[in-house]
Write a protein that binds this ligand. Structure first.
Ligand code: ADP
Ligand code: ZN
Length: 526
């Protein structure tokens, strides 16, 4: 492709076939491409590997002038330019990794109209000299890759990205396309605002992984539930078990080994050699179960991972989506299994900490809230996940726990009032176990020490039993009707929503916990 005019310039599919050698577009790629080719702005949300690059590369080839791509990742620029060049596309990059002579050469190619695509680092793009140069040239589009870097809500804020809003002012007639895999509501709105993309169309696509079946169960027997899940449903198959700490990784790996499973640990406390060794065995071996912290997974692309299990909730739905997404890359059925209890929520809240300790605390607590809402949903779980990522899901999927075994819900208003008054009457100083004892009327040592058996609430919830009360508390926290004290030892605190419940200004619906992993699966063995 020495000469771009040789390209069939009005049909994206033709470009896809002749330049890339692919047969068909995926997801909403074609829609995005047509939209941008027509000169419109777009915000594109797709998971990693979803095919974002084509969304700006093809319009750059189809529109007159050079497509300018802003990217924060130097290594990624080099890879992209290399593979584009191999396909015959005239592409180059400008960043701190190249010397002055090479820079001048790239700039001169740009001036002469010899580039279809130019990748630039953001700090370079916003310099006045470079702006001047661009203004004298035909520009096909601006693509802002990793657009979440503009948002303080994201995990990867880059101050130099905030200046990119000037593109809109300086080049109002040039279409802009922002792309990211981080797509929760607050980040999305922030990106649109910061980059002045309020009028851009949003294309959110590719987050669905139809072959993954999602299941969430309350934690009742912890490790035994995991063991049962693996041995009943995935014996001899490859899988990943995520745990929150190094100790727990070691503990679970040993437990699985004791039960004859080929389990290996992986966490940042191990030496690089041990980690590489275990990863290698996981990649090559048959039926190896990797028990790992979140340190494991980046760049791990094993097609036949049949399950991903979480023994504690991750911190956000993005993390959940990414981690469970490592299952079933081959397109064959795979399972995502998660078990959690209120103690996990208490721990996660503590780890995030308060606004004094952690400048991102507010954002992180919100993300955890969204995750908890997902864990407690009574709707199709896949749809709940897709909605979070801004996709409009079709009908309920029929391939998640809530679709397969629709949870029973009950009017928990009175139970919630009892639970919240137990919190109130004990001075908001106690955790869930003690409160559940009080409600269930269990005369433990701790209860008598504090003379909590003399409270009006003592035994007022005998009919439900201790486990049921734990479930009530967990759901109240997940629904935001009760807070966890992060300084204390997981004491529960009333918030303004608790008072709405106590004053009978609002009702509470709760789901009946499914007692066991077995009941949530269609084809479990008896
Ligand atoms: P992202 O930037 O969203 O992480 P990429 O643009 O790097 O994803 O695409 C991921 C992979 O999918 C690449 O190897 C790319 O060539 C391939 N790909 C993208 N679109 C298509 C398509 N329509 N058909 C086949 N392969 C595609
Ligand atoms: Zn479903």
């Amino acid at each position: 492709l020495s000469n771009r005019s040789a390209l069939p310039c009005d049909d994206p599919l033709e470009v896809l076939r002749t330049v890339y050698g692919y047969h068909a577009f995926q997801g909403r790629q074609e829609e995005v491409i047509r939209h941008v080719v027509a000169g419109n702005d777009a915000l594109v949300l797709m998971p990693t590997g979803g095919g974002k690059s084509l969304c700006y590369q093809i319009p750059s080839l189809m529109r007159p002038g050079t497509g300018i791509v802003v990217s924060p990742l130097i290594a990624l620029m080099q890879d992209q330019v290399q593979s584009l060049t191999q396909m015959g596309v005239r592409a180059a990059f400008l960043n701190s990794s190249i010397g002055p002579a090479q820079q001048r050469e790239v700039e001169s190619r740009l001036r002469q109209g010899g580039l279809d695509l130019l990748y630039v680092a953001p700090e370079r793009l916003v310099t006045p000299v470079f702006q001047e140069l661009l203004r004298s040239l035909p520009i096909a589009l601006f693509a802002i890759d990793e657009a979440h870097c503009v948002s303080q809500w994201g995990h990867d804020f880059r101050p130099e990205y905030t200046q990119l809003s000037l593109l809109h002012r300086l080049f109002p007639q040039v279409p802009r396309i922002a792309l990211t895999a981080t797509a929760d509501g607050p980040t999305r709105r922030d990106i649109a605002e910061q980059l002045q993309l309020q009028n851009a169309s949003v294309f959110s696509t590719g987050f669905d992984r139809p072959n993954i079946s999602y299941t969430v169960v309350p934690k009742s027997r912890g490790a035994d539930q995991l063991l049962e899940f693996i041995t009943r449903r995935h014996r001899g198959e490859a899988g990943i078990v995520y745990r929150i700490s190094r100790n727990k990784v070691e503990e679970t790996a040993s437990l699985l080994q004791e039960h004859g499973l080929a389990a290996l640990p992986y966490h940042a406390g191990m030496t690089a050699i041990q980690r590489a060794h275990n990863q290698e065995r996981f990649m090559r071996g048959e039926g190896v179960v990797m028990v790992a912290t979140v340190a494991f997974g980046m760049g791990v692309d094993k097609p036949n991972v049949r399950f991903v299990a979480h023994m504690e909730p991750p911190r956000s739905l993005e993390a959940y989506h990414q981690e469970t997404g490592r299952a079933g890359r081959d397109g064959l059925p795979a399972e995502a299994f998660l078990t959690y209890g209120l103690a996990d929520v208490v721990m996660l809240r503590k780890m995030i900490g308060s606004a004094q300790e952690n400048p991102r605390a507010h954002v992180e607590h919100n993300k955890l809230d969204a995750l908890l809402g997902f864990l407690e949903t009574t709707e199709c779980r896949r749809n709940a996940l897709l909605c979070y990522f801004g996709e409009t899901p079709p009908a309920p999927c029929g391939n998640c726990d809530t679709c397969i075994t629709p949870p029973h819900t009950w009017d928990g208003t009175v139970a919630a009032q009892k639970a919240l008054s137990a919190v109130y009457r004990t001075g908001q100083r106690f955790g869930v176990a003690h409160l559940a004892d009080i409600l269930a009327g269990k005369l433990t040592r701790r209860v008598s020490d504090h003379r909590h058996n003399e409270l009006k609430t003592f035994g007022c919830g005998k009919e439900l039993g201790k486990d049921m009360w734990k479930s009530v508390f967990r759901q109240l926290v997940a629904q935001g009707l009760l807070d966890v004290d992060m300084e204390g030892h997981g004491s529960l605190l009333l918030n303004r929503h608790s008072w709405e419940v106590l004053r009978a200004e609002r009702g509470v619906r709760l789901r009946k916990d499914t007692a066991d992993t077995r009941s949530t699966h269609r084809n479990a063995s008896p």
